[in-house]
Design a binder for this molecule. Structure first.
Ligand code: FE2
Length: 183
């Protein structure tokens, strides 16, 4: 890199921007792979993600929130431990801050609905009380309580991945050729 030139970086910048479309296709591929993961739940993880996004859409959520809801457990394609952080990192360059935090803290918020079954702290969400804004808190609460924790119903009218694909391509389609300032 010490020997690189502005001309070379101009080429890299243009090609990186031209290839931005692959991001959405990789995300869609990861989502499809979640159909292979059930781990004892009543639905496979793709159905769970689709149902979470369907519930968000039916409650009037905007495109960023619906796509983030769809992708919230995408980290499980790699690892269940740490999955909120994986999904949040993938989404961070493409969504506004409260949508990123909604995904980052989702397991702690979700804990109110099941941690008591194995000795966890059902109030785990409270550790985020001082770091989230009121707006971030409300969205994280709505996500966990109204959409995520309810989205394991095999009889629910869940919309298919095709229904969301255009919005996935739109949200992940913005080229990110400037390094983020806060990482
Ligand atoms: Fe979930």
């Amino acid at each position: 890199m010490d020997e690189s030139t502005a001309e070379q970086w101009a080429v890299i910048g243009v090609e990186t921007a031209q290839n931005q479309g692959r991001v959405a296709e990789r995300v869609l591929g990861m989502l499809r792979s979640l159909s292979e993961i059930t781990d004892g739940f009543a639905t496979d993880q793709l159905t769970h993600c689709l149902q979470t996004a369907t519930r968000a859409e039916r409650d009037g959520a905007d495109d960023e929130v619906v796509v983030a809801s769809l992708c919230h457990d995408i980290g499980k394609a790699i690892s269940v431990p740490g999955h909120p952080q994986i999904a949040a990192a993938i989404l961070k360059p493409y969504v506004r801050p409260e949508v990123h935090s909604m995904i980052l803290v989702h397991q702690d918020f979700q804990g109110a609905h099941y941690y008591h079954h194995f000795g966890g702290d059902p109030n785990a969400r409270e550790k985020h009380r001082d770091t989230l804004t009121d707006e971030e808190w409300k969205l994280a609460e709505q996500f966990a309580d109204d959409w995520d924790q309810k989205a394991f119903d095999p009889d629910y009218d869940t919309l298919p991945l095709e229904h969301f694909e255009d919005r996935v391509r739109k949200v992940f389609g913005a080229a990110q050729i400037v390094p983020p300032k806060d990482d």
